[in-house]
Ligand binder design. Structure first.
Ligand SMILES: [Fe+2]
Length: 381
């Protein structure tokens, strides 16, 4: 995040103690070793105190050997409820930098999770919940994006109807650099403002005491720490690196006289991706404007879209929870008749999440199981 934030009690000077009676255990929580964005955390106990550690295989990620490249449509309403947010994650797409999937948990998380290698972005498509982490608690609602920095120890609570889109990436998840002014503040004219971000609140209710196990996720396996002291034991922390949430209702879509391209809807960016949100908005106001996308040949990206709710104007056969993947190398755009049908329309109520992946995305076995196999031919009518 691009601003300083503090919770609880911290020493007057970093790397010092205020009183010999209560020396707090200071932890540097920072990316890029000691050079990147960081926070300083003050524990009651020693965060290094691990009674035992054991390896467990991770079975959730199931890459397929499908090697054809074409436009895809997945129907995620066909995915059943499964496991917890740890063992029930249903991966759908992947490349060497990112993985995307859906979690429809059937069980509570009864252990802590810590991603050793990836940053994580969640989108609460349905349901509500709470992110409990070392940093404190954030209440969550449908329409929330949730950012969880690499290395964060957390438990996700969720309602029984929760459906969560998740993206994991080895690259830092940032706000787009062009949204920041030379002081690091979000500029005027961007789709959101600093006050729209909801940050962790540190208070005693954040200590769930549900387990003494921390699953440290290394992509293909877990190292499972067994602890005998509280995992969430901070008395305070401060810095620039912490989880946050923002609801899409707080975002202000940018509209224009002519059709606006996806970059105006960008919300998060990284070296290997951008994430944007299509939101309810009035259409373009030129008297002869075509309100939907022109055909496009997205030469350098694979284009992932998760359709959350509303009327998806340029796509037939798409429902809430659908995912399309439009690949580089094969032109895509409105389906036959869509342009003629939309002329004169004044607004859209669509809500959709877009992820542009700069490396080609491949499918998992789970994705192949819910694929609408006729989608590639939906332009040939
Ligand atoms: Fe597209």
């Amino acid at each position: 995040m691009v601003f300083y934030y503090k919770q609880g009690k911290v020493p007057e000077f970093r790397h010092t103690f205020d009183s010999r009676d209560a020396v707090m255990k200071e932890e540097l929580f920072g990316e890029e070793s000691f050079d990147g964005i960081y926070s300083l955390l003050y524990h009651i106990g020693e965060p290094t105190r691990v009674r035992d550690i054991n390896r467990e295989e991770k079975r959730e990620f199931d890459p397929s050997d499908d090697n054809s490249t074409k436009h895809r449509h997945l129907v995620t309403s066909k995915l059943g409820r499964k496991g917890s947010f740890i063992n029930g994650r249903q991966y759908l797409f992947w490349n060497s930098r990112i993985r995307i999937g859906i979690s429809k948990p059937a069980e509570k998380m009864t252990s802590y999770l810590r991603n050793a290698l990836v940053e994580e972005l969640l989108f609460f498509h349905k349901g509500k919940g709470r992110l409990l982490s070392t940093f404190g608690s954030i209440d969550l609602y449908d329409g929330d994006y949730v950012y969880i920095p690499k290395g964060t120890t957390f438990i996700l609570e969720y309602s029984g109807d929760a459906e969560i889109l998740f993206m994991e990436t080895y690259d830092r998840i940032d706000l787009p650099g062009r949204y920041l002014n030379r002081y690091g503040q979000l500029r005027e004219g961007t789709p959101y403002y600093t006050r729209d971000f909801r940050l962790p609140v540190l208070y005693s209710k954040t200590q769930p005491n549900v387990s003494d196990k921390v699953y440290v996720d290394y992509d293909t396996y877990y190292m499972v720490e067994e602890r005998d002291t509280p995992v969430f034991d901070l008395v305070g922390w401060d810095g620039y690196l912490f989880p946050y949430a923002i609801n899409i209702e707080k975002m202000a879509p940018i509209v224009g006289k002519l059709h606006q391209p996806p970059p105006v809807h960008e919300n998060f960016s990284g070296k290997s991706f951008m994430v944007g949100t299509f939101l309810p908005r009035p259409f373009d106001f030129h008297s002869r404007s075509i309100p939907i996308s022109y055909y496009h040949n997205n030469i350098d990206t694979d284009e992932f879209l998760f359709y959350s709710s509303g009327n998806f104007m340029s796509r037939k056969g798409i429902e809430s929870g659908s995912i399309t993947l439009h690949v580089r190398g094969i032109i895509h755009g409105p389906q036959p008749g869509a342009v003629e049908a939309i002329i004169g329309a004044k607004s859209t109520d669509e809500k959709a999440v877009m992820i542009e992946a700069y490396e080609p995305l491949k499918l998992t076995k789970t994705a192949l199981g819910i694929e609408d196999k006729d989608y590639m031919k939906s332009w040939y009518k």
